[in-house]
Design a binder for this molecule. Structure first.
Ligand code: GRF
Length: 217
């Protein structure tokens, strides 16, 4: 089976992008990173991607002003130019409209640094600490028009410690993100994930083996 062509969309340092690039170095991995696209010309991840010999594009949202439709048309054009099959958002800090999202059904994935549906939005680690949560983590999910929603593919869990700081927690969650994103992309690229009634079924059943879909620190 040919490998799926993946675009990783970033806005910043791109450590999740780097984890996907690393996983895809293995020829047996079912996806190749064919494009890294940033909405910010200065994103650090672009340098990492170029050093890895991966094609990059910049679609700077600022040049489109308030015209989100034009911005998304430019995104779509870049993705088509590179014959992309699957899009991975990895710290991509632009909200995408239903028009764009609906063009990529079950082919547009995001990673969020919390155990969704808890702590949607920003400052997730701070909010988990303030809430006194005992576990926290990260979620890879399909993107739908509503922010940080959409069927959950894989989650990774970390235990909170009494002396945790936001920074310590974010480091542990990030390490989990770097494990679960390649794992989730593998499942999607292999065509093993189907969405039924808003939930992901892997290999046709809701949770064939919970341990394989939930990574613990
Ligand atoms: C990650 O924590 C990711 O979950 C969130 O944004 C951050 C991006 O980090 N969506 P990086 O650019 O992948 O290092």
């Amino acid at each position: 089976m040919s490998r799926k062509r993946v675009a990783v969309l970033i806005s910043g340092r791109g450590s999740n992008m780097a984890a996907l690039i690393e996983a895809a170095k293995d020829k047996a991995y079912p996806a190749e990173i064919a494009l890294v696209l940033s909405n910010k010309p200065e994103a650090g991840g672009l340098t990492t991607a170029r050093a890895a010999g991966i094609a990059t594009e910049v679609v700077d949202h600022k040049t489109f002003g308030k015209d989100r439709a034009a911005f998304e048309r430019a995104l779509q054009t870049a993705l088509e130019k590179h014959r992309i099959d699957i899009v991975c958002l990895a710290g991509f800090m632009r909200l995408l409209t239903a028009d764009f999202v609906n063009r990529w059904p079950e082919r547009l994935i995001n990673i969020h640094p919390a155990l969704l549906p808890a702590f949607k939005g920003l400052d997730t680690h701070k909010r988990a600490l303030e809430a006194g949560a005992k576990v926290h983590g990260a979620t890879v999910h399909f993107v739908v028009a509503e922010m940080d929603s959409g069927p959950i593919i894989v989650q990774g869990v970390v235990a909170l410690r009494d002396d945790d700081t936001e920074q310590m927690l974010s480091q542990r969650v990030l390490a989990v993100e770097h494990r679960i994103y390649p794992q989730a992309l593998r499942l999607v690229a292999e065509g093993r994930v189907r969405v039924v009634d808003g939930r992901c079924l892997v290999d046709g059943v809701p949770v064939p083996d919970a341990a394989s879909l939930i990574a613990c620190e």
